[in-house]
Design a protein around this ligand. Structure first.
Ligand code: SAH
Length: 203
C-alpha cells in the first residue's frame, strides 16, 4: 500500500456522528494520519508489531496500522458511540481490531508501539497527560500528535524526559478541524501540529 492510497482510504472512513467537545473529538485527517503511520512504518514499528491506539475515536489510526500489517491492534476509547463507528469502519474493510471501551488509564497491555492522537488539552487543560503517561508505561516506542506551540513543545520535552523518553519532532504539518463545535467561528480551523516520536532511553 502506498502512502497516498492509505491517506485516501483513511479520509473516507466515517467520522464522529455526534462529536463531544469536552472529549476533543475531532478525527485525524487522512493525510496527517497517513504521514504519522508512514513514519512509524518506515522505521519498522508497525508491520508485524503489536500496536495500541489510545483514544482511538472512529479508528483512523488503528485501521491505518492494521492496513500496514500490524499483527495486533488495540483500539482504546472511552466513548461507546465513537467506538461503534470505529467498529463499523474496521468491519467495512474486513480488518480485525481489538476494541476496548475504557478510559486509557485502565489499559494494561504491553505493546511494541503506541500510535495516538490524544486530546490536545485545549478544552480541558492537560487532557493529554494521562495519554502520554499510559503510552510511556506500555510501550518503548510512541508516535503522537501535539499542538505546534512553543509552550506545548516545552511541556512535551520536559514531561517525556521525566519518564525516561527521548522526544523527536519528526514533522510539523497543517491539521484541519471542521467547524463542528460552537466555539469555532470559521468553517474550517487550520492549526499546526507536531508529529512526535518518543523512544525509551536505554537504562
Ligand atoms: N485518535 C482518533 C481520535 C482523536 S480525538 C483519531 O486520530 O481520529 C481524541 C479521542 O480521545 C476522542 O475520541 C475521545 O473520546 C477520546 N478520549 C478522550 N479522553 C479519553 C480517555 N481518558 N480515555 C479514553 N479515550 C479518551
Amino acid at each position: 500500500m502506498k502512502k497516498k492510497h492509505l491517506a485516501m482510504t483513511l479520509s473516507r472512513l466515517e467520522g464522529f456522528r455526534n462529536p463531544k467537545p469536552e472529549l476533543e473529538q475531532y478525527r485525524t485527517p487522512g493525510d496527517v494520519a497517513a504521514e504519522l503511520l508512514w513514519l512509524a512504518h518506515s522505521s519498522g514499528h508497525i508491520a508485524g508489531r503489536t500496536v495500541a491506539d489510545l483514544g482511538a475515536g472512529t479508528g483512523v489510526l488503528s485501521i491505518g496500522a492494521k492496513l500496514l500489517g500490524a499483527r495486533k491492534v488495540y483500539a482504546v476509547e472511552s466513548d461507546k458511540e465513537a467506538l461503534e463507528v470505529a467498529r463499523k469502519n474496521a468491519e467495512a474493510l474486513g480488518l480485525e481490531v481489538e476494541f476496548i471501551n475504557a478510559n486509557v488509564s485502565e489499559f494494561n497491555e504491553s505493546v511494541d508501539t503506541v500510535v495516538m492522537n490524544p486530546p490536545f488539552g485545549s478544552q480541558r487543560r492537560h487532557a493529554d497527560r494521562p495519554f502520554l503517561m499510559k503510552a510511556f508505561e506500555v510501550a518503548d516506542v510512541v508516535y503522537s500528535i501535539h499542538l505546534a506551540k512553543p509552550e506545548v513543545r516545552r511541556f512535551i520535552e520536559k514531561f517525556s524526559g521525566d519518564f525516561g523518553f527521548r522526544a523527536t519532532r519528526l514533522r510539523t504539518v497543517p491539521f484541519e478541524i471542521p467547524a463542528q463545535f460552537h466555539f469555532h467561528r470559521k468553517r474550517l480551523e487550520r492549526i499546526s501540529v507536531d508529529l512526535y516520536l518518543f523512544e525509551r532511553r536505554s537504562p
